[in-house]
Design a protein. Structure first.
Length: 751
């Protein structure tokens, strides 16, 4: 592309008092104008005549600075450009050097220096304000107008781990979540007069039952899974990334930026130091393009050229819609026919959900069935196999074995939790003993009670997980005395089978960060130990043959206090270790989706059943709004939508139902976890017909045979479809059906 920098003298600056010089920068699809203060005042679609996407009343700072102590932003006041770099001057005396590179498909912005710092703890790219009001991509930071009249998107991507989605002012690395009021289509779905754009609401339920979170079915309620984009009171979408000086720990209060949600009230946490991690070098890609080419032509170009994670599945990028396919999700514990089912349907992953939750345990060295694979956990009619044996059997047919794991939760009985807890568990607060104690004392006196009355983790406040660590002993307690001498209340010594011991005055009393209760119960590692757990998951794949994980409790990665930085760091280590072993990219789904996991994560097959999609009623969620909510999140953020774990093949299953399921999956770009129990499948009179339907649709999807106009037709729940491969196997014929009759046909071919 020919690089062009134009100089335009405009009569008045934005404050209306002096002439200024405006510089213009261009990519193949996108142009921006930057004024003499360092603000973007123009955003242009270069592929055709269009409006200015930069609001006249809200220019966008190239770079903002944040002082955590003063809780204050500083914005550029003067900008000098020379040889591809901006010198941005700020009111506090700081001067930032920002390199701006024009690439073919994007602008690359990099912070090279900030001198003097003068109290600056964090930097923020933007916020970049647009007047786009359609689809909000809050996870990766994108504003999309998908209308035929406009068909344009503007977005940004982080190019390093320390630069994460969101605003610097949320020092806990959290920000708005729950629901907001936002209508992507004010004509067809106007906001009621009682609501305004950007208005925030909590999720539903008691704050513990995650199914009950999803309780707003109206199309103008939008659940949030990130803070990289937001809307103003006019529904206009803004985009922001930020980076922080992490070298010195900070006291944070998390979560923040939301209405208080019951059983999820914020807690305080002293976040650890992270040596060598600073905001100098922070970098983003800023892009704009026609929405129709944004994912595969622009975002993928950024990912590849900037060496961002680009995981592959069956030879395709996992974000490529032609790579999407269901995984099998097993129940019933009988494995004889699972591989046969997968092959007949043309599917590749067998996720054995009927196995117990897998907990990260470095004590097993990545041998989850014992050092000699002696545990035979996979049951067949005539034999039992270990994980390694079953994985090897599946691999002969190109199939992948998967398990559900509880992410970074270190459960009781694992190497780093108990009976000998690690010294690298994540610490909320450190206090000190003011008196010696013996192995049976329950009067434990401490120097400072501040914040120790807060219960466990903010997520759920599980009372059974409220504990401190002294030496190698875990001690459960509930409450702290309000007057001197301060002591812990309701104490249980030797918790989780640790050994009660004597401890001396001055010994550290560490309040620990746990997960949540029940099957998820465990302790959270600090960042360094979490790095080891990430590599441990790759060890499991190497030693036991797994190639897929379902990270339940995926939000626990946030509980280190570092938000998406923690998530990126975990998955970077896991994928790097897998590459070191020469393994294929690990496929994973999980309980959530974040800016930190977006690049690495293949699917989001969370939830399921009628909460996600009701095939009989043909609606996204007939019991809750979960289906609608997660569909809207994923679609806006260029991520595969999902039906969750769904549609078990039983005696009542029909070919017609699966024609509709597959048509809708292709139309919306969905994956799902197809629930498979051998006994139920064998009871189904139409099982072979169902297998054939799934294979036919999935082969056509993989061939990218569905043009955009067909995919839009497939989204209409009032229409019924049948897909047939042509007799010569060169393409397919899609039939629109009406009461069993073919009423219209469309020929489909591989492009």
């Amino acid at each position: 592309m020919k690089k062009i920098i134009s100089f335009v003298v405009i009569g008045l600056s934005l404050c209306g008092c002096s002439p200024s010089i405006q510089r213009s920068f261009q990519t193949d699809f996108f142009g921006i104008d930057v004024d003499s203060r360092g603000y973007i005042v123009g955003m242009w679609n270069r592929t055709r005549e269009s409006r200015n996407f930069s609001p006249a009343d809200q220019p966008s700072p190239l770079l903002s600075l944040y002082d955590e102590e003063l809780k204050r932003y500083y914005y550029p006041q003067k900008a000098r450009y020379s040889k591809g770099k901006y010198q941005l001057e700020y009111e506090n005396g700081s001067v930032a050097t920002v390199r701006l590179e024009e690439k073919d498909k994007y602008f690359k912005l990099s912070l090279e220096s900030l001198e003097p710092r003068n109290g600056i703890d964090g930097i923020q790219w933007g916020s970049y304000y647009t007047n786009i009001t359609n689809l909000l991509g809050e996870i990766i930071g994108v504003a999309r107008d998908t209308s035929e009249a406009v068909c344009y998107a503007i977005g940004a991507l982080s190019l390093d781990d320390n630069t994460i989605g969101g605003e610097s002012r949320f020092t806990s690395e959290t920000g708005p979540s729950g629901y907001i009021a936002h209508s992507p289509d004010p004509v067809n779905h106007p906001l009621p007069v009682t609501l305004h754009e950007g208005q925030q609401f909590t999720m539903g339920g008691d704050g513990i039952n995650d199914v009950a979170f999803y309780n707003r079915k109206e199309p103008y309620f939008r659940i949030l899974y990130g803070n990289t984009a937001f809307v103003d009171c006019n529904g206009r979408i803004q985009i922001r990334y930020h980076a922080r000086d992490r070298r010195k720990g900070k006291m944070i209060y998390s979560p923040e930026g939301n209405p208080i949600f019951q059983n999820n009230e914020p807690n305080h946490m002293m976040r650890q130091d992270v040596p060598g991690v600073d905001f100098i070098g922070s970098s983003i890609a800023l892009w704009g393009s026609p929405d129709s080419v944004a994912l595969l032509d622009v975002i993928q170009n950024i990912v590849v050229n900037e060496n961002l994670p680009h995981p592959m599945f069956q030879g395709k990028w996992v974000k490529d819609p032609s790579s999407f396919m269901p995984d099998l999700w097993t129940y019933g514990g009988l494995m004889d026919s699972m591989a046969s089912y997968a092959k007949q349907m043309g599917l590749k992953v067998i996720h054995t959900y009927d196995q117990p939750f897998l907990h990260a345990d470095r004590g097993n060295g990545g041998y989850i069935d014992g050092p000699n694979h002696e545990q035979k956990r996979y049951h067949f009619t005539d034999r039992d196999l270990s994980t390694r044996e079953y994985a090897d059997l599946l691999a002969r047919d190109g199939l992948i074995l998967g398990r559900t794991s509880i992410s970074n939760s270190m459960a009781p009985g694992t190497k780093d939790c108990s009976p000998i807890p690690s010294d690298s568990i994540c610490i909320l607060h450190r206090r000190y003993l003011t008196e010696d104690i013996n192995a049976t004392d329950t009067l434990i006196y401490i120097d400072d009670p501040t914040y120790l009355e807060e219960i466990a983790c903010w997520e759920g406040h599980s009372r059974e997980l409220n504990m401190v660590k002294i030496g190698k002993e875990l001690i459960h307690y509930l409450g702290v005395s309000k007057e001197k001498p301060y002591r812990l209340l309701k104490v249980t010594r030797g918790y989780w089978n640790t050994t009660p011991a004597a401890h001396a005055k001055g010994d550290a009393v560490d309040k620990l960060q746990p997960t949540v209760g029940g099957a998820y119960a465990g302790l959270v590692p600090n960042l360094e130990l979490q790095d080891e757990l990430a590599r441990h998951y790759a060890d499991i794949c190497k030693n036991c043959g797994l190639g897929m994980f379902d990270y339940d409790g995926q939000e626990f990665f946030f509980h280190t206090g570092f938000g998406s930085y923690s998530v990126k760091r975990f998955f970077r280590n896991m994928f790097a270790q897998a590459r070191k072993y020469g393994l294929p990219d690990i496929r994973f789904t999980g309980a959530t989706l974040s800016e930190g996991s977006w690049h690495y994560q293949s699917t989001w097959n969370v939830g399921g059943g009628l909460n996600i999609y009701d095939v009989k009623k043909r609606v996204w969620g007939s019991t809750t709004s979960q289906g609608k909510d997660l569909r809207d999140v994923t679609y806006a953020n260029f991520f595969p939508s999902s039906f969750g774990a769904n549609f078990p093949i039983t005696a009542q299953s029909t070919v017609e139902d699966f024609e509709h399921i597959e048509a809708t999956a292709v139309g919306y770009g969905c994956t799902y976890a197809l629930k498979i129990g051998q006994r139920d499948v064998e009871s189904c009179p139409q099982k072979y017909g169902i297998f054939h339907v799934i294979r036919t649709w999935e082969e056509a999807r993989r061939a990218n045979a569905f043009p955009t106009y067909i995919r839009k037709l497939l989204q209409n729940p009032a229409l019924s479809w049948r897909l047939e491969r042509k007799e010569n196997a060169d393409g397919w014929i899609l039939y629109q059906m009406d009461q069993g009759r073919k009423v219209k046909s469309y020929e489909l071919h591989k492009p």
